[in-house]
Ligand binder design. Structure first.
Ligand code: NCD
Length: 291
């Protein structure tokens, strides 16, 4: 049974197939390939983009979608996560899409091997569909991505977008630089600097990330306007052909200034648009191709 827990579940040929399918879906909506499929979304953490993007993707392919709201489910009455999941699996869905605050949740559920599991973001460690849509967006822009320079800026240590992104970008030959204050810098062997100016000098792409406040045990910075003085992407950082990306939600004028967010360099809404096509391709891969 094929699951998507993290980027390691995909070799380069599978990644390329997913990118290719997404590209063709963007060019022309495909027929309802998943019209006999039922998908359950199980989101234990808030989500604006990812959940609706998966639902739109599933519906574009003709699948039915049932959403379980854990706040109203029996996990609140003491049922274990595994039991809740086993009960959902017993209803015969073709896939379950999971988001959870703990790093290991998607892996634990996938290892039960009851139904294909797709990780829609777990803890600090994995968000593979975001990484794939980011890669798709970069590739769509540049064509050949080998050696392209991406600088990731922000709360990298606590970001699952960065964790999966770094794995995928390394696998696909991008050149990665990390920019963050020491509090937000993970242990890394990658090029890294606390200086935004230094870290973006040669960049083709800047990926900005918000402070993951909900994952900080105690406040790391008292004053994010002070942080923004050093790390907010502003107009003076822009050059022609420098792409600005962000997975959302954007903390305006802390992560990226209004002006930059609304500039032609910004691909932030294109990322959201592409998210639907990538998730369509991922659903096709998990629910059809690997059956
Ligand atoms: C991210 C997430 O929830 O992991 N957003 C997203 O999925 N587009 C990043 C975030 O919350 O900052």
């Amino acid at each position: 049974m094929q699951h998507l827990v993290d980027i390691d579940d995909l070799d380069i040929s599978k990644i390329e197939k997913i990118l290719e399918d997404a590209k063709s879906f963007k060019k022309k909506m495909p027929p309802k390939l998943l019209s006999d499929k039922l998908i359950i979304t199980l989101f234990f953490e808030p989500s604006t983009r990812t959940r609706s993007s998966f639902e739109v993707a599933a519906k574009r392919l003709g699948a039915s979608v049932v959403h379980l709201d854990p706040a109203k489910s029996s996990t609140k009455k003491g049922e274990t996560l595994e039991d809740t999941f086993a009960n959902l699996a017993a209803m015969g869905p073709d896939g379950v899409i999971v988001r959870h605050s703990k790093d290991e949740t998607a892996k634990i559920l996938a290892d039960m091997d009851l139904v294909p599991v797709i990780n829609a973001g777990t803890g600090k460690s994995a968000h593979p569909t975001q990484a794939l849509l980011d890669l798709f967006t970069i590739k769509e822009h540049f064509g050949d991505i080998e050696g392209k320079k991406i600088t990731i800026v922000g709360d990298i240590a606590n970001s699952r977008v960065a964790s999966s992104g770094i794995k995928l970008f390394q696998k696909m030959g991008l050149d990665i630089t990390l920019v963050a204050p020491k509090e937000f810098m993970p242990k890394t062997t990658l090029k890294n600097t606390p200086s935004l100016e230094e870290g973006i000098k040669e960049a083709d792409i800047i990926m900005s990330l918000r402070a993951q406040l909900e994952r900080h045990a105690k406040p790391i910075f008292e004053d994010y306007s002070e942080y923004a003085k050093h790390y907010c992407i502003k107009k003076r950082h822009l050059r022609d052909n420098l792409l600005i990306m962000h997975p959302g939600p954007v903390m305006r004028n802390i992560d990226i200034s209004d002006e930059v967010l609304e500039s032609k360099n910004s691909l932030v809404l294109e990322q959201v648009r592409n998210g639907v096509f990538i998730r369509m391709a991922i659903l096709k891969y998990i629910l059809l191709d690997s059956r």
